[in-house]
Write a protein of this length. Structure first.
Length: 245
């Protein structure tokens, strides 16, 4: 019944106004109560899930559209990281619900960069200490942006902690190892790999072999060894499939 009461205002917005006005005009009568046609609890749960899914999808699309206009490179990066994160989550045996959450978190992990000044976001050279301080805030800003939509709340903390390190030297909270949710540890590995492959103004992107070697070099310090192992196996398998095709 709680789900029905949460769902009903959404359905009323969607169907109530237009249908109600038309039928009252035809019948010339008082407005009728809709209780008699209210969906039962099971239907309500299913509809609520679909409405929430739809709201989450539309919000994600709008946020990513804003970021794409601001920074096409960043938009491409988020697409790459989310595809890698989805595959890695599946390789680690997560169920489809959690795979979806990890994919969404990866898609939105840098959304807070939409609030970082261009002079820092697009700086050709290395950032100084003050600029880094500002840049690090993108995780907190991202969490705030994502938290504004209740349907996206389950991924808000994953966005916040997507730049933590396994050894506790990351940001914003300095969490270590299993203190960092697995979804955020997956995003961290996929984010770094995609960034390593990309060309920057001040350097060319690495080859896939070089990037995988770098992930292995940083396993246990920057990255979760279990996630790196699953990631590397997955990339090896994909490479083998590509070569065989
Ligand atoms: Fe990123």
């Amino acid at each position: 019944m709680a789900a029905a009461s949460r769902l009903w205002p959404l359905l009323a917005i969607a169907f109530g106004c237009a249908a109600g006005e038309a039928s009252r005009a035809r019948a010339g009568s008082q407005p009728r109560q809709l209780d008699a046609v209210a969906p039962g609890p099971e239907l309500s749960e299913a509809l609520l899930a679909r409405v929430q899914e739809s709201v989450a999808q539309q919000t994600r699309s709008a946020l990513l559209r804003v970021l794409a206009e601001r920074s096409p490179d960043l938009d491409e990066h988020l697409g790459g990281v989310s595809a890698l994160a989805e595959d890695t989550a599946r390789a680690l045996g997560l169920d489809e619900h959690d795979v979806r959450l990890v994919r969404i978190a990866a898609e939105l992990h840098d959304i807070g960069k939409s609030a970082i000044p261009d002079a820092i976001l697009n700086k050709a050279g290395p950032l100084d200490a003050d600029e880094w301080e500002l840049m690090r805030r993108h995780t907190l800003i991202g969490e705030r942006i994502v938290s504004a939509e209740p349907a996206l709340l389950p991924v808000a903390k994953l966005v916040r902690w997507s730049h933590e390190r396994f050894d506790g030297l990351g940001y914003p909270d300095g969490l270590a190892a299993e203190q960092i949710p697995l979804g955020a540890r997956i995003v961290a590995v996929c984010d770094a790999y995609d960034a390593m492959l990309s060309d920057r103004v001040y350097r060319l992107g690495m080859s896939t072999a070089e990037a995988l070697a770098e992930l292995r070099r940083c396993t246990g310090t920057q990255f979760d060894p279990t996630v790196v192992e699953a990631f590397c196996s997955m990339r090896r398998e994909l490479g083998a499939v590509a070569q065989a095709a």
